[in-house]
Design a protein around this ligand. Structure first.
Ligand code: GLN
Length: 475
């Protein structure tokens, strides 16, 4: 295999060849490192975990040969640089945490290793997962593997690129307002945000705790489903995880589905005509296949992004208070005295977008403004959640685009934070409502850049959501 041959992009097919002994996990792991090295200019990885990955690969090969290998044997996985892996560095793509080594592993990492997956390295992202283009990383932007002048989306841009470039089978990212689904849409991959509380956040560096969810990227629903069931489920270390059982299921064929379609999302100004046309063709096809598709109203569309940004920044300002150069993080060498240490360490350690969010979040929580902004946003969030659940009472799924457009040029939105925030217009609803959502590749624009369609389902109805995504988009 040459360095530029992608590793087989489907893990479940590779798994068969591992079982039959045609290939080895060590061989696959070496090939992934070679490919990551050849594609270094993408800047998708901040670090490759050569030693631990090769040791795990050799151990999994042994277990494969004696028939005791785990359910994800030989799955090559990357983890976003905000997921802790004991004795490995983690930085949230920030100078604030540069050089920091994790003291423990995230629950998702422990579950992956126990299932015999191989963790190849940590992927670049927007600093503290704040951004929609991966241009906010302290360690440089990530290039979209399909066109190097374009962004891969964000904040899990390196995760998306690591799958789109065929370096790993699947990637773990985090989605607070769209950070898995939007980069999946921009790179032609599948991105999945589970129900809030379905996957443990223990060991995920917190951004906005009431929205954050860990989830996977993959090239097909079968692989996505395999990793999802390996990481999902209750965790005593994260009290927000649900006690409900998460049962692995073969992908059942869903019957006739009742789908609510947000027509407003494709007809509004600023939506790429190719996105609109593909979505309308999809609706026609679904109806022709016998599914019921109803137009539904999207709750408070123009209020969703402001609501998200008020609550997310408020939570971030609190979560990031611990990075002060004393408890955690970079300590300024120039500082004299306590106040100086806080001020200089935080000014030097955090980049401009993170500083903007901490300021905004502190403002909306401050005594004179709390009621007008934070308390108000919580009420609007409640209305959006109730309206979303009401639509899902008589529909199995909600259908809408993932993003209004395709990947944009690096630098195109960098000077305009509001334009960047509006990238999230169709993704924040799932986080505000806490429901599961998936982005599936749908079409391409005139320049052959991909875009996705998004499906949401009722909380904890991942089995239906995944089987519907497979039936609609992969058959
Ligand atoms: N783009 C959104 C933001 O910047 C979402 C980020 C995320 O989901 N982590 O907040």
């Amino acid at each position: 295999m040459s360095a530029l041959d992608p590793v087989p992009t489907s893990w479940h097919e590779t798994h068969r060849r591992l079982i039959s002994g045609e290939t080895t996990v060590e061989g696959l792991t070496h090939a992934a490192f070679e490919r990551a090295g050849a594609l270094r200019e993408l800047n998708a990885f901040l670090e490759l975990f050569d030693d631990s990955a090769l040791a795990q690969a050799a151990a999994v090969d042994k277990r494969l040969s004696n028939g005791s290998a785990g359910p994800l044997a030989g799955m090559l996985v990357s983890i976003k640089d905000n997921i802790c892996y004991k004795d490995h560095q983690v930085s949230a793509s920030s100078h604030m945490l540069e050089g920091f080594t994790s003291l423990y592993s995230a629950t998702v990492v422990e579950r992956l290793l126990a299932a015999d997956a191989v963790i190849i390295g940590r992927t670049n992202c927007d600093e503290f997962a704040m951004g929609s283009s991966n241009e906010n990383s302290a360690f440089g932007p990530v290039k979209n593997p399909l066109d190097g002048a374009k962004v891969p989306g964000g904040s899990s841009g390196g995760a998306a690129a690591s799958v789109a470039a065929g370096i790993v089978h699947v990637a773990l990212g985090s989605d607070t307002g769209g950070s898995i689904r939007q980069p999946a849409s921009f790179t032609g991959t599948i991105g999945f945000k589970p129900t809030y509380g379905r996957v443990s956040r223990y060991g995920l560096i917190a951004f906005a705790s009431s929205f954050d969810q860990i989830g996977p990227f993959a090239n097909n629903v079968t692989d996505l489903q395999a990793i999802y069931y390996a990481i999902a489920g209750h965790d005593a270390k994260d009290s927000t995880t649900s006690q409900r059982a998460s049962v692995p299921a073969a992908i059942p064929r869903p019957g006739k589905l009742r789908i609510a379609f947000y027509r407003e999302c494709v007809e509004r100004e600023g939506v790429l005509p190719e996105v609109r046309d593909s979505m309308l063709r999809l609706v026609d096809r679904l109806q022709a296949e016998g599914h019921l598709v109803n137009d539904a109203e999207l709750p408070l569309l123009d209020h969703q992004v402001p609501t998200y940004y008020i609550i997310a920044t408020a939570e971030a300002s609190s979560n990031l208070a611990r990075f002060d150069g004393i408890h955690f993080g970079h300590r300024s060498e120039k500082a004299n005295g306590v106040e100086d240490t806080y001020r200089l360490s935080r000014s030097e350690g955090f980049g401009p977008e993170v500083q903007r969010r901490i300021l905004l979040g502190t403002f909306v929580l401050s005594a004179g403004y709390y009621d007008a902004y934070y308390a108000q946003a919580q009420k609007v969030r409640r209305i959006i959640r109730s309206a979303t659940l009401a639509t899902l009472k008589d529909h199995d799924l909600i259908l809408l685009p993932t993003s209004p457009g395709t990947a944009f040029d690096r630098g195109a939105l960098a000077a305009d934070p509001i334009a960047m925030y509006l990238q999230d217009i169709f993704t924040v609803q799932a986080n505000l409502a806490g429901v599961p959502a998936i982005s599936m590749p749908l079409g391409q624009d005139a320049a052959c850049m991909p875009f996705g369609a998004q499906l949401m389902a009722r909380p904890f109805e991942e089995p239906l959501l995944l089987s519907a995504a497979h039936a609609i988009f992969e058959n």
